[in-house]
Design a protein around this ligand. Structure first.
Ligand SMILES: Nc1nc2c(c(=O)[nH]1)N[C@H]1C(S)=C(S)[C@@H](COP(=O)(O)OP(=O)(O)OC[C@H]3O[C@@H](n4cnc5c(=O)[nH]c(N)nc54)[C@H](O)[C@@H]3O)O[C@H]1N2
Ligand SMILES: Nc1nc2c(c(=O)[nH]1)N[C@H]1C(S)=C(S)[C@@H](COP(=O)(O)OP(=O)(O)OC[C@H]3O[C@@H](n4cnc5c(=O)[nH]c(N)nc54)[C@H](O)[C@@H]3O)O[C@H]1N2
Ligand code: SF4
Ligand SMILES: [Mo]
Length: 709
């Protein structure tokens, strides 16, 4: 008899409710949880097929050490001791910064895991932390830090009430968005239209989302910052600025208004390809929803973040939200309270707010991390000698695979903590196995602050595992290296709980819940989630963390950079006329680099990525549907099958990332797929990175496409 256990998915921020059917300790099947307070019976194909990864014969089951070309299992104690000894000797000879960490995306879906990684970095006293943030969202952290006083303060659109959503560079139908908790994406966005609201989707590709709803607007890749300036210009011209809100809660608007003054919609049309009349119409919808009380929200995601001007664009988006009185207002953008007051806790313990800059490139530490694009240089020049990667695949996910590969091969110590031996893991000296999400307890904390309709949920492990959790792994590694997590004894309580037989991840979660006045017991009685409604209006004047508690609309760092960066962007656009720009695209069946080992997700023609091309661009190059194309950039080239589609703006080509598993013999299913890594084309030179954050430009890469010989 199968038994049903209620849990939730931890692949992406949507954290959809799942029901696991289990026989004894064996997982039989996963299905969506119809009673979940938020996802209400929704789950995507990756969530329900996760069993294929969980049960994969390729899962790492014991620590492995690589000796030449063989890999031998070894006991945990030996692995910790050997890695610890190497870390000690490197730190003694080359200093604490010679040991670096790479924090991969899935760690964000386990609080004990991400906390332990920061704890390990602090314990080892290294400032060399890298993460997927520089390929994803560091622009958002930097902007919030400067404007609101904490990187952890991230306003989110109040979708359930808004009268106008303008969303740039996102495809929630496939991705479920980011920095916005959004299960049931199509239903949630259609509800806005059903209420008579407007949904604008700005994207060089007519996405799956845009096919289902909304008003779609084509934009030339990398030019969103000009569109946002044009919107601000149009809103100011129409008297859309809320002078009272500005005076009470913000400072600096005049400087931004002056900047926007130079970008009337007609100029914006020339720069972005968005017709001036469309810019005006977007501003009209925004203004109407603001004035009639429903509220309006501007939002962007990775299409903008990774586009080369993500910081300026996100800054100006936040300026518009605040200047029109839509910040901290129902139907606008809201700043929900998490289970605990994360921004304040981070400030108290000094987490995520380091002020130093990188030696290479002089980039700020953002969330205490430096841009991954400089990691190869740091390794090559001998500054970094050991790297610990957890839940990441930097070889495939970062720009310039060739440079990254050469550098990783030079490390004296590479340790990967993962479910699998992925491409990066192939180069590792030690592999440490991680538990799948079905094997660990959790609270969807990472989504809590990003949901305008927050809830809390607790899940016990669905099936048991003999493997330790990441907290325990990093605690042991820290000790073996002669350090302590966070460099203090403060975590001794977790260790005591562990000695008394409690899982250390569970002990960490209990402590966090207790800080928020909750217990695991109480949440177990509400297995489908406990709603914690949030009423907007308690952020401005209360939770803003700048010194004067006002939102800084014109941080000097941004206003000073704007002139230079915008001029450079315009010059680049002019030089690129007639060239093709490559953008990224997510697929329903893939998740970054780590779902292609699930057999049913790569079946039939799903075993490769494609290069999507507009018919005119294809015809001009003699390419037909299904033909193989050679795509080359300043730093590399790949070959891909072409798919002709008028969903793309002419001049733009699109291909999904996360492919290129030909050498991944630790991933037997993925290895047989044919896709290629488009990040071979993405440049990682200092001049190619976004100047304010060092983020990689993964969207808008200049490429040439021709038939492959
Ligand atoms: N199925 C699936 N879901 C995922 C993931 C996955 O790999 N697969 N990854 C997860 C992760 S880690 C994240 S961060 C989120 C990301 O979630 P999203 O940010 O929604 O990611 P995408 O679906 O790639 O949407 C980005 C969109 O930007 C568009 N775009 C590209 N360049 C530009 C530009 O210059 N301007 C504008 N306006 N648009 C542009 C692209 O056409 C694309 O539709 O998704 C998460 N969910
Ligand atoms: N061209 C292009 N490149 C991109 C993007 C793009 O849009 N275009 N998107 C970027 C974005 S938004 C992101 S977030 C990055 C992601 O890039 P990364 O974070 O570097 O890597 P992923 O491909 O997500 O691989 C995650 C790894 O974590 C492992 N894993 C899964 N669960 C766990 C766990 O619980 N514990 C441990 N220890 N390991 C686990 C998986 O097996 C997998 O090997 O890629 C970026 N790269
Ligand atoms: S949308 Fe995200 S959280 Fe929901 S089932 Fe799919 S992968 Fe899991
Ligand atoms: Mo991401």
């Amino acid at each position: 008899m199968a038994e049903s256990r209620v849990t939730f998915c931890r692949i992406c921020e949507a954290a959809c409710g799942l029901v696991a059917e289990v026989e004894g300790d064996r997982l039989v099947r996963l299905r969506p949880d119809p009673e979940h307070v938020s996802s209400r019976g929704y789950a995507c194909v990756k969530g329900v097929r996760y069993a294929e990864l969980h049960d994969s014969p390729d899962r790492l089951r014991a620590p492995l050490r690589r000796d030449d070309d063989t890999r031998a299992p070894l006991p945990w104690a030996t692995a910790y001791a050997e890695i610890g000894a190497k870390l000690r000797s490197l730190r003694a000879t080359h200093g604490p910064d010679s040991v670096a960490l790479f924090i991969g995306n899935p760690s964000a879906f386990s609080l004990p895991h991400s906390l332990a990684l920061y704890g390990l970095a602090r314990g080892l006293k290294t400032r060399n932390i890298y993460s997927s943030g520089s390929q994803d969202c560091n622009n958002k952290f930097l902007v919030s830090w400067r404007m609101y006083g904490s990187p952890a303060i991230q306003p989110v659109p109040d979708l359930a009430r808004t009268g106008c959503l303008i969303a740039l560079g996102t495809n929630p139908a496939v991705s479920h968005a980011s920095f916005l908790h959004l299960p049931r994406p199509i239903a949630a966005l259609r509800e806005i239209e059903a209420r008579g609201g407007a949904v604008w989707l700005v994207n060089p590709r007519r996405t799956e989302t845009a096919r289902a709803l909304g008003k779609h607007v084509f934009i030339r890749p990398g030019t969103d910052v000009f569109l946002v300036l044009g919107l601000l210009h149009a809103l100011i011209a129409r008297g859309g600025v809320d002078d009272e809100a500005l005076a009470r809660h913000t400072r600096g608007f005049a400087a931004v208004a002056a900047l926007a003054g130079a970008y009337p919609p007609a100029r914006v049309e020339a720069l972005t390809g968005v017709p001036a009349a469309t810019v005006q119409a977007m501003a009209d919808d925004h203004l109407a929803a603001t004035r009639d009380g429903r509220g309006a929200a501007l939002y962007c995601s990775t299409g903008v973040n990774q586009g080369g001007h993500g910081t300026l664009a996100y800054w100006l988006i936040n300026v518009i939200n605040a200047a029109t009185g839509n910040l901290d207002r129902a139907g606008g953008v809201v700043v929900p309270r998490g289970i605990v007051d994360l921004p304040r806790i981070m400030r108290r313990i000094g987490l995520g707010i380091r002020r130093d800059r990188s030696s290479t490139g002089d980039f700020p530490a953002i969330m205490d991390t430096f841009p991954a694009a400089i990691l190869p240089t740091e390794i090559e020049r001998g500054a970094i000698r050991a790297l610990i990667v957890s839940a990441g695949n930097p070889l495939l996910s970062c720009p310039d695979e060739r440079g990254m590969r050469a550098a990783l091969a030079k490390l004296e110590l590479l340790v990967c903590v993962d479910l699998f031996r992925n491409e990066t893991g192939n180069l590792a000296h030690y592999l440490l196995p991680a538990r799948s999400f079905l094997e660990r307890p959790d609270v969807p904390l990472s989504c809590h602050g990003f949901s305008p309709e927050p809830y809390v949920q607790y899940t016990d492990p669905v099936v048991p595992s003999a493997l330790p959790g990441e907290w325990a792994i990093f605690d042991q590694l820290a000790r073996a290296a002669g350090a302590r997590l966070f460099g203090t004894r403060a975590t001794a309580a977790i260790r005591l709980a562990q000695k008394a037989g409690m899982d250390s991840d569970a002990a960490v979660l209990s402590a966090v819940l207790a800080a928020g006045g909750l217990t695991r017991g109480r949440l177990r009685r509400r297995p489908h989630g406990l709603e914690r409604p949030y009423t907007p209006g308690d952020f401005l004047g209360r939770r803003v963390m700048t010194p004067d508690r006002k939102v800084d609309l014109a941080p000097a760092e941004f206003t000073e950079a704007a002139g230079r960066e915008l001029a450079a962007a315009i010059a680049e656009e002019e030089a690129a006329v007639g060239r093709l720009r490559l953008i990224s695209r997510r697929e329903r069946h893939g998740h970054n680099s780590w779902m292609h080992n699930a057999p049913s997700l790569v079946r039939d023609d799903k075993d490769t990525n494609h290069l999507d091309m507009h018919p005119d661009d294809a015809a001009a190059r003699g390419l037909v549907d299904g033909a193989r194309a050679r795509v080359s950039s300043a730093v590399g080239e790949v070959e891909l099958p072409v798919r002709i589609t008028d969903a793309l703006m002419p001049g733009t080509v699109a291909a999904p990332h996360g492919w290129g598993h030909a050498e991944a013999d630790g991933l037997q299913v993925a290895q047989r797929t044919r896709g290629v890594n488009v990040n071979r084309l993405a440049p990682a030179g200092l001049g190619d990175l976004e100047p304010l954050t060092g983020m990689a430009r993964l969207n808008g890469v200049l490429v040439d496409v021709e038939p492959s010989s």
